[in-house]
Design a protein around this ligand. Structure first.
Ligand SMILES: [Mg+2]
Length: 365
């Protein structure tokens, strides 16, 4: 096997459109990074949503950044180690999703070279991971309730409802009426402003686990003012963009919980840094998703084993969103728990036939 780096853009049909306050998509795209070196094959996944509605990154922009910049620079540096990403790419403006994907492949290369597992590399122990169900925005409350019924049958450990102005207090009241005292939270994806504080004061009486990212990404001061008015914890997600930002947010008491996303932070290393700085300050964390395919989801599951990740992860069963997946076996949820299959204990096992089946384009160096 010659030494080479490949990019493979894949596209997999979704089981239902993924819809949040800023848009919707019907297929899941990802840019896979494959590093072949000294007989080892290592994989990573850059996983921005098409349409870029969580961020400015898209599959095309990640592809362009990787092929024009990150891969040539990696080949030039010859530093095939995860630290390459933090040191060379994240030190300046970069495509975080692309950086996370490349870093994932470099972790995979490293664990195989050292003949250890991801969990050994991360210093965590296997245990089942609690999984929470996330439910998007539906045209009617009836459709929302039906979707919750359909998926809660899999026993997910909590329910997260996406909200936006005009779709918040009423659907939540109905969820509470139908499903009773289940562990419940909302995610606003930054769709509100401080003028909407009364909405959150109404939600505050509903016994929610947390209110995720109510305000704009950069409005830490607004989050501080809102948190001071609520007994429900505010959880930062979009704002949780770097260890430095989070340190500031925690110092000013702008949140009591943090949603950690490997793709947003630019890789496993930064995600672990965030978890550890939160742990040191008594702030619980949990592993979020963008959502990714199984490869990057497994990376999130490995980090979800960290003792500070005390709330259920957003990683769900592969079949919840995707008609197929690129790992073998796919992720399954039983009674709300994910037992990482033994096939993925050392590292994610890729279904290369599925990668071929869903390939849109590929390039190699
Ligand atoms: Mg969120």
């Amino acid at each position: 096997m010659p030494n080479r780096v490949s990019l493979i853009h894949v596209e997999i049909p979704m089981t239902e459109p993924f819809r949040i306050s800023s848009g919707e998509v019907r297929t899941k795209e990802a840019v896979l990074i494959r590093i072949e070196m000294d007989g080892i094959q290592a994989w990573g996944e850059a996983s921005p949503m098409a349409g870029g509605f969580y961020s400015s990154e898209t599959p095309d922009s990640s592809w362009a950044y990787l092929s024009a910049h990150a891969i040539p620079r990696l080949l030039q540096s010859r530093n095939f180690h995860p630290e390459f990403v933090a040191r060379e790419l994240l030190a300046e403006e970069c495509d975080r999703f692309a950086a996370a994907g490349l870093e994932g492949a470099l972790w995979d290369l490293t664990v195989q070279r050292e003949a250890i597992s991801f969990t050994q590399a991360l210093g965590v122990e296997y245990s089942p991971v609690a999984s929470g169900l996330a439910v998007g925005i539906y045209p009617t409350i009836d459709r929302l309730i039906q979707a919750c019924e359909r998926y809660l049958a899999d026993g997910y450990r909590r329910l997260k409802i996406k909200i936006q102005p005009g779709w918040d207090v009423e659907p939540l009241r109905e969820i509470r009426r139908v499903f009773g005292e289940i562990p419940l939270m909302v995610d606003a994806n930054a769709a509100y402003t401080p003028a909407d504080f009364p909405v959150f004061e109404q939600l505050d009486g509903m016994g929610l686990l947390m209110i995720e990212q109510p305000l704009a990404k950069d409005d830490l001061e607004g989050h501080r003012r809102l948190q001071a008015r609520l007994s429900t914890p505010v959880c930062l997600d979009e704002s949780a963009s770097s260890p430095e930002t989070l340190r500031r947010a925690i110092e000013m008491e702008a949140c009591r919980i943090v949603n950690v996303k490997i793709q947003r932070l630019g890789g496993i290393q930064k995600a672990r840094e965030v978890i550890e700085l939160c742990a040191a300050r008594g702030i619980p964390t949990w592993m979020g998703t963008m959502p990714e395919l199984g490869l990057a989801s497994l990376h999130a599951l490995y980090l979800a084993l960290h003792p500070n990740c005390t709330y259920p992860t957003d990683v769900e069963a592969s079949r919840r969103w995707y008609q197929d997946d690129i790992i073998d076996p796919p992720i399954a949820v039983r009674d709300g728990w994910i037992n990482i299959p033994p096939e993925h204990h050392a590292r994610p096992r890729i279904d290369t036939a599925a990668v071929d089946r869903y390939r849109k384009r590929a390039a190699e160096w």
